[in-house]
Design a protein around this ligand. Structure first.
Ligand SMILES: [Zn+2]
Length: 267
């Protein structure tokens, strides 16, 4: 059995929010039943292999948020590359909309790239910022109704991983889901969501965010903030891939619980 399926089933077992037993059984049976009935081996099973399109926000002439020497574009790229490696460890393929610090990509460049790759999902990686340095918390953004389950999975996983480990857990705010017509979400052919795991404008978060994932003693334990973000987004993606998102009606305007002012999460 593919390792990503095992990881997905493990994620289901460890969900922060309860999953209906019926849905979990459907997922398990969908994986196990064909293998039992038709004798498929792990290499023969006709399980679609997911492809995750990771979009490190900003880059090139657009640094995103800036806090001293810390540029959001650099954090996003480092996190996205480490996330791709984390997913590859579970045989989940991914592609990146940019792989260096020099590329200036428009929103159209990004979603057209993901569409051309026939990606299963698009996850845009950002780092939030605010005029009030005491604000910290996480936010997930969606636009189309088909995006909402992905945003919810990322939202839940970020909370589970990043709130207890925040510099000030009691001040780490749940900004919930927000519906926003962000460029990269507008014309993606697949479920897409933007993740804003923490606020780099918070001085203690900023201090911890200076350490690159590659400099962490163990990239996937709790030793550094970027690694925690990687693990949170990984958990959210695996959880989403374990579910079967139904077609749904448009959910209308967002709940308006995002940051009340200032710069948004980017294009
Ligand atoms: Zn951004």
């Amino acid at each position: 059995m593919k390792r990503w399926i095992l990881g997905a089933m493990a994620a289901l077992a460890g969900l922060a929010r309860p999953v209906p037993v019926a849905r979990a059984l459907v997922v398990a049976l969908a994986v196990v039943f064909p293998a039992v009935m038709f004798g498929w081996s792990s290499t023969e099973a006709a399980v679609p292999v997911p492809l995750v399109c990771l979009d490190p926000g900003h880059g090139g002439s657009d640094p995103g948020a800036v806090n001293g020497e810390l540029h959001e574009a650099d954090i996003n790229l480092d996190v996205a590359k480490a996330l791709a490696a984390r997913l590859a460890g579970d045989e989940i393929d991914s592609v990146l909309t940019r792989t260096d610090d020099d590329s200036t990509k428009s929103s159209r460049d990004r979603y057209e790239f993901c569409n051309a790759q026939n990606a299963t999902i698009l996850v845009s990686v950002h780092t939030n910022s605010w005029s009030d340095p005491l604000v910290d918390g996480r936010l997930a953004i969606y636009f189309h109704s088909d995006d909402k389950l992905l945003a919810q999975a990322l939202h839940d996983a970020m909370w589970s991983k990043l709130q207890p480990t925040a510099p000030d857990p009691t001040a780490f705010t749940d900004f919930d889901l927000k519906r926003d017509a962000l460029g990269v979400l507008l014309k993606s052919d697949m479920p897409a969501a933007t993740a804003e795991p923490v606020f780099m404008s918070h001085p203690d978060e900023a201090a911890r965010l200076t350490e690159m994932v590659s400099d962490c003693s163990d990239a996937f334990d709790n030793s550094c903030r970027r690694a925690q973000i990687v693990e949170a987004l990984y958990n959210g993606i695996v959880e989403y891939l374990a579910s079967s998102p139904p077609d749904g009606e448009d959910d209308g305007p967002g709940n308006g619980k995002g940051p009340p002012e200032g710069r948004g999460p980017g294009r």
